[in-house]
Design a protein around this ligand. Structure first.
Ligand code: ATR
Length: 285
């Protein structure tokens, strides 16, 4: 599936830094896309210890690396080491993609834009919509920033630890005065008519538990679970049973990659090939 990359003197190098990086699907995803478009480029995993982040980044610039992804635990600590950071990534406080232009490190966050792009199949008009977010971790933060930038009118955040939801809302509300954000209990969330309910918690990764019972909600029009493994969590099984349009997290995973690819190369990513690579790596499809 993952055809060998032909290396030459003109090969452009990309990669991902993280600690650990052994589980990342990004090398398969991006080497597939370079091959599909016939680009002379290769993508490698770089395990970088937190103590060596600055040295690693200097090394990337010195070696002429063209761009890289950033994963746990460097997504936030990398910010002060960059020359430019997109306003959305600044608000999220996390960068997952960097392009190196003439030695300048330019950071962005494609988790948020990738999530928004992944919603297209639902045909949902985000402008003026009401959204419920389950969870208040790093993913919820990216989604809250992205959804408010897309013009959602109301976003309710519900988390097991309510203080985290309150902190999240109070830190992002100032950047999106047109969106009404509120930290709410599950009981309060259930009473709101929602255009979209998104699970950003890890509940459901075990294939058994669900973060909420959809039957208790007054109205939910669409359901997204950003978990992609298993591809159908109990929450999505329930959405399916209730006839609600729903998506898992594969689209977000795919589109954080297609958006990173476009950010680096200026080309439209080969979406079908990238999706097939992910489905085969995850044994689905
Ligand atoms: P990520 O960066 O992927 O969002 P995270 O920051 O670790 O990951 O956040 C995980 C989210 O899942 C949090 O909202 C967490 O709730 P708490 O803030 O209360 O920890 C939520 N979560 C994890 N396990 C949970 C559980 N068993 N029940 C409910 N929520 C859970």
């Amino acid at each position: 599936m993952n055809a060998a990359v032909a290396i030459s003197g003109k090969t452009k190098l990309y990669g991902v830094i993280g600690h650990p990086v052994t589980h990342t699907l990004s090398p398969q995803l991006h080497n597939t896309s370079f091959n599909a478009l016939g680009l002379e480029a290769a993508y490698l995993p770089f395990p970088v210890h937190p103590d060596q982040l600055q040295d690693a980044i200097r090394g990337m610039v010195a070696l002429g690396v063209c761009g890289f992804n950033i994963t746990v635990p460097h997504k936030s600590t990398i910010l002060p080491l960059l020359d430019e950071v997109s306003p959305l990534a600044q608000r999220i406080g996390a960068v997952n993609t960097v392009r190196i232009d003439d030695g300048k490190l330019i950071g962005t966050n494609t988790d948020a834009s990738g999530f928004l792009r992944s919603l297209y199949p639902l045909g949902l008009e985000l402008k003026g919509s009401t959204v419920g977010l389950l969870g208040a971790g790093g993913s919820a933060r990216a989604l809250l920033a992205g959804l408010s930038e897309s013009g959602a009118a109301r976003i309710f955040v519900c988390n097991r630890t309510p203080e985290r939801a309150e902190d999240l809302v109070s830190s992002l509300q100032q950047f999106a005065p047109e969106t009404k954000m509120a930290a709410v209990s599950l009981f309060e969330l259930e009473s709101q008519p929602l255009d979209l309910l998104v699970n950003t918690t890890t509940v459901g990764m075990d294939g058994v538990s669900a973060p909420a019972d959809l039957e208790r909600f007054r109205e939910v029009r669409n359901v997204v679970d950003i978990i992609y493994c298993p591809p159908q969590t109990p929450l999505l099984t329930q959405a399916e049973r209730l006839g609600l349009p729903n998506l898992n997290g594969l689209g977000m995973l795919l589109h954080q990659g297609t958006e990173a690819f476009a950010f680096w190369t200026g080309e439209v990513a080969p979406e079908a090939e990238m999706r097939a690579t992910l489905e085969s790596a995850l044994n689905i499809g």
